[in-house]
Design a protein around this ligand. Structure first.
Ligand code: PGA
Length: 254
């Protein structure tokens, strides 16, 4: 059975002290994650050690990095390797967020290299895909997303693919307060799953968690997560507010 996941993406927000206080407050909020549910906190690199120590021993709760570099090690000043992340006990890395694609020119091919190195170190990529507004308006979002998946993931074996979490994040819904309707989310998630099934078979496709991202909040999480092919969310703004994120965790399908 695939996992239902509430993933917090703090992006470049919060001081160390604010991050500590946020995690303390979320830990103190009662929530019970069953074995099919996970909460993941994608925190800025400098806070990984803090988050790991605060969340140590918490069941079904994980820390993620928001990025990594595509090379094993070497003279790449300012970059962070997966080997470093692995040595800190990190098990998930967000890859290909639209902000990285847009502001740092990350291509599908570059992301394929990052996916590969993560899998070499047994770290699960949370692979983001999603179309910009003009593509949605032109009605070509399926082909756009299919290309992102094809160019970054389809070289993987079925066994490797099952280590990936996919996050569908329509760019026009990120940080805009404009959420895709639950029907739009379901339609794209079902399409993504059908593409994975065509390439890897129904059994593999049924095992992959596909998260929705883009203005998820407590008020819309139950409806969005309730869609059959939506397996939770990747949450930016609302993950910085204790009550919001606690409610979003609670909205995961049982
Ligand atoms: P948002 O961000 O929830 O603030 O829209 C989501 C994301 O970018 O992962």
């Amino acid at each position: 059975m695939r996992k239902q996941i509430a993933a917090a993406n703090w992006k470049m927000n919060l001081t160390l002290q604010q991050g500590e206080a946020l995690l303390d407050a979320i830990i103190a909020t009662p929530h019970s994650l069953n074995e099919h549910q996970q909460a993941i906190f994608a925190v800025p690199f400098p806070y990984i050690a803090m988050a790991q120590s605060k969340l140590a021993g918490k069941k079904n709760v994980f820390v993620a990095a928001q990025n990594c570099y595509s090379k094993k090690s070497g003279a790449y000043t300012g970059e962070v390797s997966v080997e470093m992340l692995q040595s800190m006990g990190v098990q998930y890395v967000v890859l290909g967020h639209s902000e990285r694609r847009e502001y740092f020119q990350e291509s599908n091919q570059f992301l394929a290299d990052k996916v590969n190195i993560c899998l070499d170190y047994n770290i699960h990529p949370i692979f983001c895909c999603g179309e910009p507004l003009e593509i949605r308006e032109a009605g070509t979002q399926n082909a756009f997303v299919a290309k992102q998946l094809e160019e970054s993931l389809y070289h993987l074996s079925a066994e490797q693919l099952q280590k990936i979490v996919i996050a569908y994040e329509p760019i026009w819904a990120i940080g805009t307060g404009k959420t895709a309707t639950s029907a739009q989310a379901q339609e794209m998630h079902a399409y993504i799953r059908s593409q994975l099934a065509a390439k890897y078979g129904d059994g593999v496709a049924a095992n992959i968690s596909i998260l929705y991202g883009g203005s998820v909040k407590a008020a819309n999480a139950v409806e969005i997560f309730g869609q059959p092919d939506v397996d939770g969310g990747l949450v930016g703004g609302a993950s910085l507010i204790v009550e919001e994120f606690a409610a979003i965790i609670h909205a995961l399908k049982k």
